[in-house]
Design a protein around this ligand. Structure first.
Ligand code: SF4
Ligand code: SF4
Length: 348
């Protein structure tokens, strides 16, 4: 079992949330076998709320920051948090763009924590520039934070992310968060996430050392996705166990071995396996209130499904959200949260 999953399971058990874990167990079984549960048990395992697509960075392959447009008002954000909490997912991730650019994000995280959700945050780290900003974020009750760093060499990261000084700022954010959390560790779990390309695989061990030195609990990888490219993938997915590239063997990474084995074939253009559970196990709400089954479908910019906070549960339970899955994307998707979930569920 991955360290982050073990960490959160124990934390939830210690908090006396056995009933929520039982519901998660039923949902995991249903997602594994493509079954629909009775309405009162049905809901996503993972929910994501993108609060803004604005971002201080301009990463080369970013599909969303150039699309920043209308955002739901703060009051509507609170309604969406409540609507998602009513569906009782095992976790709710706040993402962007850079979610901490919105003042309303921290109150929304606090609201989700009050609703007993396990809250995760993706950030570039840039808004966490002072000890006060780190302490304020930790006070929100967030359970897990991912900070993006793509390379141990600052100039390479800065080039990939389109802003000078952004690698130093991201690692400084990790240091501040780790210091605010204290030596004892525990919550929140702090991870550095590297968007890795074939040309940067060799840098993984050095980045792992840098991330841990800054105070992160782990380094996690996701291969760079280019959803804008319509290039077809013809290489077959490796049968059996693909070899683990040497740099990935030399680093202690958060990802499962099976996921790591898929990274190089994915980067080399192999078509990824079908059968992802996201259409049953996940839910993504974009800054304008459009609903998607998964992060890649939202990132690729399809129309999604229309819902309001009051109709979200009905939409999810009707199965209509499945129609917003983009089968054309599935063969070129090795998205970490969804594919790792399928690996954990034994679907792959
Ligand atoms: S940090 Fe994320 S949202 Fe911002 S430009 Fe990079 S990929 Fe896009
Ligand atoms: S695009 Fe990716 S995450 Fe979405 S349904 Fe397809 S395989 Fe799953």
């Amino acid at each position: 079992m991955r360290a982050s999953l073990r960490h959160h399971l124990w934390a939830e058990l210690r908090r006396g949330r056995a009933r929520g874990l039982l519901r998660t167990g039923w949902r995991a079984l249903a997602a594994r076998h493509d079954l629909r549960l009775p309405a009162r048990w049905d809901g996503p395992l993972l929910a994501t709320l993108a609060v803004t697509y604005r971002c201080p960075l301009s990463c080369r392959a970013c599909p969303v920051s150039r699309r920043a447009g209308a955002e739901m008002p703060d009051a509507a954000l609170a309604d969406w948090v409540d609507a998602i909490a009513d569906l009782a997912p095992a976790g709710l991730g706040f993402t962007g763009g850079e979610p901490l650019l919105r003042r309303a994000t921290l109150p929304a995280i606090e609201q989700a924590v009050r609703r007993r959700l396990l809250v995760h945050l993706n950030t570039s780290g840039l808004p966490i520039a002072t000890p006060d900003a780190a302490a304020r974020l930790l006070q929100s009750g967030v359970a897990s934070i991912n900070v993006s760093v793509d390379h141990p060499a600052a100039k390479v990261h800065d080039l990939l992310r389109g802003r000078d000084g952004s690698q130093r700022a991201a690692l400084r954010a990790v240091e501040l968060l780790a210091a605010a959390r204290g030596q004892a560790g525990g919550r929140p779990r702090i991870q550095v996430v590297m968007a890795v390309a074939a040309a940067t695989l060799d840098a993984v061990p050095a980045l792992e050392r840098l991330a841990r030195a800054a105070g992160a609990d782990a380094l996690s990888l996701i291969p760079v996705h280019d959803f804008a490219s319509a290039a077809s993938r013809r290489a077959p997915w490796p049968r059996g166990r693909a070899p683990l590239p040497a740099p990935l063997r030399r680093a202690r990474l958060e990802n499962s071995r099976q996921y790591l084995r898929g990274i190089l074939p994915f980067l080399e253009g192999a078509a990824t396996p079908a059968g992802c559970s996201a259409r049953r196990s996940a839910l993504y709400v974009d800054p304008g209130g459009r609903v998607f089954p998964c992060t890649p479908a939202a990132s690729a910019g399809g129309p999604g499904a229309t819902a309001t906070p009051t109709t979200l549960a009905a939409l999810f339970r009707s199965g209509r959200l499945e129609q917003a899955v983009r089968p054309d994307l599935c063969g070129r998707c090795w998205w970490n949260c969804h594919r790792e979930l399928d690996i954990a569920l034994g679907r792959m």
